[in-house]
Design a binder for this molecule. Structure first.
Ligand code: DGY
Length: 323
């Protein structure tokens, strides 16, 4: 029987699908395995179900000579050296699709929270500071009718754009890819260069994968281009924003605020970020609903079962491995 290792507990109903089909084990502790533990755990496995917090690289492939499939429990796979995997004939899969709408919902929750000062208001109430309605209390910014700039118009970017229709927003997007004219018309969306997007958008939201080309896509130069009353939202990957430059931009009111689900050195925040009032920070919760985390687990488990059982994987990242 093939052997499979899961690096951290995921919804049990998905793991139960392994029973009777593969010999499987899971990290019993609800924590990230340290490197030595991870390398020891993969020594004789055929399949691995890791998280975005596990680095899957040449050293790991060396430690796992039988490894045939790595089913990442995330749509993003910047934690995996895919070229190295492909060279060694190891199939990589991810979890696209199942988390699109949930992540778009969270993006909007961040946008609304920073625009309408929801978290500040909550802190204000809990500190017993509310003494009565006041005309100038915690004034935020309107969302409806404003311009939303979407950097990366993949599945999640498009789902964010669909939600903007309800707020009667103009959508600008930047990507190598262009939406079909009918989609652009429906979404009130216009493709522009990124500099133009930064200059015109009231809300800029990041939906690009992390790779060399997108590392620090937003830094000091970009903050200078943005409107001083614009907001930045990030639920993609932390390093697409230069977080030190962001702290500086927020502290000096170069932009009005930011709402972040992800951080450059996760789980840490750059010094000063958490001291600012004009920022909302949450711990990488983009896909964190019961339904979606279960669907992600089902997809990852089915990718492993299909592949080890001789069937096609559902969502391969490097299909060239199977020809
Ligand atoms: C992903 O899937 O890449 C998210 O960051 C976690 O769901």
């Amino acid at each position: 029987m093939s052997k499979v290792y899961v690096t951290r507990k995921v919804p049990q109903s998905a793991l139960d699908m392994f029973d009777g089909k593969v010999d499987w084990d899971v990290n019993p502790d609800d924590r990230v395995l340290d490197r030595d533990e991870l390398l020891a755990a993969v020594a004789d496995v055929d399949g691995l179900l890791p998280l975005l917090t596990d680095a899957i690289d040449a050293e790991l492939f060396d430690a796992a000579p039988n490894l045939k499939i790595v089913a990442n429990y995330a749509v993003g796979y910047n934690n995996i050296d895919v070229d190295e995997a492909t060279k060694r004939g190891v199939l990589i899969t991810n979890t696209p699709g199942v988390l699109t709408e949930t992540t778009a919902d969270l993006t909007w929750a961040l946008l609304m929270s920073i625009a309408r000062r929801i978290v500040e208001g909550d802190r204000f109430m809990r500190a017993d500071k509310y003494v009565g309605w006041a005309p100038l209390l915690l004034l935020g910014s309107d969302v409806f009718g404003k311009t939303l700039g979407i950097v990366g118009i993949g599945q999640i970017g498009q789902a964010v754009a669909r939600r903007a229709m309800g707020f009667n927003m103009k959508v600008l997007y930047s990507d190598m890819f262009q939406l079909a004219p009918v989609a652009e018309q429906l979404l009130n969306a216009e493709k522009v260069e990124m500099d133009e997007l930064l200059q015109r958008a009231d809300y800029v939201t990041m939906h690009v994968p992390l790779m060399e080309e997108t590392h620090h896509l937003i830094g000091a130069e970009q903050f200078d281009m943005m409107k001083d009353d614009a907001y930045l939202i990030n639920a993609s990957r932390g390093p697409v924003i230069d977080e030190v430059a962001l702290v500086e931009a927020l502290a000096n009111n170069k932009i009005k605020g930011a709402a972040l689900d992800v951080f450059e050195d996760e789980p840490l925040m750059k010094p000063g970020l958490g001291d600012l009032d004009n920022v909302v920070v949450i711990p990488h919760l983009g896909s964190a609903t019961i339904e979606t985390r279960t669907s992600m687990a089902n997809l990852a488990v089915n990718n492993i079962l299909n592949f080890l059982g001789g069937d096609a994987p559902l969502t391969p990242v490097n299909p060239e491995v199977i020809g």
